[in-house]
Design a protein around this ligand. Sequence first.
Ligand SMILES: NC(=O)c1ccc[n+]([C@@H]2O[C@H](COP(=O)([O-])OP(=O)(O)OC[C@H]3O[C@@H](n4cnc5c(N)ncnc54)[C@H](OP(=O)(O)O)[C@@H]3O)[C@@H](O)[C@H]2O)c1
Length: 287
Amino acid sequence: MQGKICLVTGATNGIGKITALALAKQGAAVVLVGRNREKTQAAQEEIRRESGNGMVDYLVADLSSLAEVRGVARAFCRKYSQLHVLVNNAGAIFNQHQTSADGFEMTFALNHLSYFLLTQELRGVLAAGGTASQQARVVNVASLAHSGGQIDFDDLQSSKKRYRSFGAYAQSKLANILFSNELARRFQADQLPVASNALHPGFVATGFGQGGGAVMTFVMKLIRPFAITPEKGAETSIYVATSPEVEGVTGQYFSDCKIAKPAKQATDAATAQRLWQISEQLVNSSQ
Ligand SMILES: NC(=O)c1ccc[n+]([C@@H]2O[C@H](COP(=O)([O-])OP(=O)(O)OC[C@H]3O[C@@H](n4cnc5c(N)ncnc54)[C@H](OP(=O)(O)O)[C@@H]3O)[C@@H](O)[C@H]2O)c1
C-alpha cells in the first residue's frame, strides 16, 4: 500500500480503527475521520506509534450532518489530489427515533446518507487515484442484518410507522449494499477506474450497540462471548481494501474475505436505482 492514500470513517473505534491501523502498517498514508477531536487525535497518535508510520492524518466531522460530510470532503480535497481507498465504515444503531441536523431519521442519515454523500463528494479524487490496472476502491461496511431489512419507500425516515431500532438499522445496511452495487454500475458506465464493494464484517465485539438502549445493551452483553475480536472483524474490510485478489472485482458483497451472496432484496437493480435517485434529491435538498 506504499504510495496509496486511504480515508477511513469511524476510525476511532472498533472495526474502523483496526482497519486504519492495518492500512498504516502496510505503508499507506491514512486519513482518519472521527467525530470527537480528542478521541480522533488519540487514535492518530496510537496508530502512528503502533504502525511506525507517520503519514496518519485526521479530520473531524459528525457524519450524520450533511454539511459536515461536505466539509470533511472539502478539507480532504484541499490537501490531497488523489484517493485510492475510501472505507465507509462509521455506523450505529439508535434506540429511539432521533432526527439529524438536516431533519432525517438518524440511522438513515448516518449509516446511509453519509456513505452516499461522502462518496459523491470524493468521486473526483477517487477517479484521479485509480488507473486501468489498479482501480481505486470504495469499501462499504454493511452487515448481514441487511437480510432482515426492506427499503420502505413510503416511510424511509421511519416517521409514519412505530420506530423499531433494528428495522431502521437493517434498512440502512440493506441501503449500503444497494448503494454499493449501484455505485459500481455507475463507475463502470462512466468508465471510471474505481471499484465499489460491500461487506459483512461478522459479529464483532466493538462499541457497536451502545446507543441501542437497555434491551440492546442487555442482549449484546449476553451474546458478546460469541463475538469475534475487532482484529478478526476488520479482516474482510482490509482484504477488500488491499488484496490484489480483489483487483478488478466490483459490485460484490464479501463475508469472511470471500465473495458471498447477499439477500435477494439487496440485488434488485430497480430498488438500487430508485434509492439512488431519492438519496440524490435528499442530499441536494439540504445544500
Ligand atoms: N460490530 C458488529 O458486530 C458489526 C456487525 C455488522 C456490521 N457492523 C458495521 O461495522 C461498522 C463499524 O461498527 P463497529 O462495530 O466498529 O462499531 P463501533 O465500535 O461503535 O465504531 C463505530 C465508529 O463510528 C463512529 N461514529 C458513530 N457515529 C458517528 C457520527 N455521527 N459521526 C462520525 N462518526 C461516527 C464512532 O465514533 P466514536 O468513537 O466517536 O463513537 C466509531 O469510530 C458499522 O457500519 C456497523 O454497522 C458491525
